[in-house]
Write a protein that binds this ligand. Structure first.
Ligand SMILES: [Fe+2]
Ligand SMILES: [Fe+2]
Length: 262
């Protein structure tokens, strides 16, 4: 049986597999930034708006870090993903987070809309944090990649935490039941979206690496089982993992904001 560690070693040794892997990470990070700057414009509280804008800047930074790493190690630039690896299309299909069409309406978000945004944000960031943590462990044979992943993992922990902080604030303001209900819905939607992309991604990688069909079958099954477990047990509203996760200057956003040069 192929262990996780030997699978990732094979992946690193194969230029096609390595490119698919790094490119997916680079494009995934760039896609996760899309719309966050516009969300920030819909938030009436200037401090919260700056936090969301800082989040945007950090996701752009993640895409840049992976893109630079791709160019440095493989001499290629990030390129668009095939449709079956496009996580964002599944996020839209399963209605996780703020619908893109809402951003065309300049009216500030209501509390319910803030909840919708932050539960989607938290569900996506929780998965990103777990995935980065796993990759840091699995890619021990490639310290240069691990260095990039560790920076990003640290940011994802803060992203989960600031979304959790905002949701706790909204829950304390009399919206607890709705926050918990919507968070569970968003986590279930995320589990479904992630299952599609994971199956397609692992299928492609295993084909490149010529992994036997039986192993591919069980790998797919394991993704399905993880998805079902997440749907059956979506958890509740927890506390932030770190304190003061998204420090921003007070007042409206302006030039020289450290968030903008993150
Ligand atoms: Fe990220
Ligand atoms: Fe993030």
């Amino acid at each position: 049986m192929l262990s996780r560690r030997s699978f990732f070693r094979k992946l690193l040794d194969n230029p096609r597999a390595r490119e698919l892997f790094m490119n997916s990470l680079a494009v995934g990070e760039a896609d996760s930034a899309v719309g966050l700057d516009r969300v920030a414009e819909h938030i009436a509280d200037p401090i919260v708006a700056r936090k969301v804008y800082r989040h945007y800047a950090e996701e752009v930074k993640h895409a840049r870090l992976f893109g630079q790493h791709l160019e440095k190690t493989l001499g290629v630039s990030p390129k668009p993903l095939p449709p079956e690896l496009d996580y964002e299309q599944y996020v839209r299909r399963y209605e996780m987070g703020t619908p893109a069409s809402r951003l065309d309406d300049p009216t500030p978000f209501s509390d319910d809309e803030l909840i919708t945004f932050f539960v989607g944000c938290k569900a996506g960031e929780e998965r990103a944090m777990a995935e980065m943590g796993d990759l840091v462990r699995d890619l021990g044979a490639d310290p240069e990649t691990v260095e990039v992943l560790e920076i990003i993992h640290g940011d994802e922990i803060r992203h989960v935490s600031y979304a959790t902080e905002e949701l706790n604030r909204l829950a304390d303001a009399g919206n607890r039941e709705r926050v918990v209900q919507e968070l569970r819905r968003a986590r279930r939607a995320e589990a479904r979206a992630h299952r599609h992309v994971s199956r397609a991604f692992l299928g492609r990688l295993m084909e490149i690496l010529e992994v036997p069909r039986a192993i591919r079958f069980f790998a797919g099954l394991s993704i399905d089982v993880q998805c079902v477990l997440r749907i059956l047990s979506p958890g509740g509203l927890d506390r932030p993992l770190v304190e003061n996760p998204m420090p921003v200057p007070e007042g409206p956003r302006g030039q020289g904001d450290p968030a903008e040069s993150a």
